[in-house]
Ligand binder design. Structure first.
Ligand SMILES: [Zn+2]
Length: 169
């Protein structure tokens, strides 16, 4: 097991800007989210997490959306909400998040594979062909479900890789 750098938090928001494209629409929608899951205890590890340093509320799972190689801010799964990703005229995907999962509600792609892939939840991802993923090949959109712990590990690795790259330059 690789060790996680302990100095991740102080590089938080600035470093994050170089890692994620912050879409205005996503930020606007995120700002409308409830600040936390109301009926769930927030674990102690959240206070010292990268997710907290990014200003994202605690959730048991997050949806990570990537479109044409751009990764967006993780969406905490706190309840029913829809996000429409418009890449350009006629290329749209509407992602529906729920408290325990996510699915592609609609898409402009011809094959509609992404819509037919159904929902991915923490409970069902072990039995789905695509695991934690929902993939829209025509629109180059990928949605991945991560638990809090997985999301945190991914962000730690991303920051560590980014830090190593900067140190080399
Ligand atoms: Zn599709």
């Amino acid at each position: 097991m690789r060790s996680r750098p302990r100095n991740v938090r102080k590089t938080g928001p600035d470093r994050a800007l170089t890692l994620f494209a912050w879409l205005a629409a996503f930020l606007l929608l995120l700002s409308c989210l409830p600040s936390r899951a109301e009926d769930e205890a927030v674990p102690d590890i959240y206070a010292d997490s990268v997710l907290a340093s990014l200003g994202l509320p605690y959730a048991r799972a997050y949806a990570l959306v990537t479109a044409a190689g751009v990764t967006y801010v993780p969406i905490p799964l706190l309840g029913d909400r829809e996000y429409t990703l418009r890449q350009r005229e006629g290329v749209e995907n509407t992602i529906h998040v729920m408290k325990d999962g996510v699915y592609m509600a609609s898409a402009t792609c011809e094959n509609q594979d992404c819509v037919h892939q159904g929902e991915v939840t923490v409970q069902n991802r072990g039995t789905r062909i695509l695991g934690s993923l929902i993939i829209c090949l025509p629109n180059q959109v990928e949605v991945a479900l991560y638990t809090f712990e997985e999301m945190e590990a991914l962000l730690n690795d991303a920051f560590a890789a980014s830090g190593a790259r900067e140190a080399e330059e």
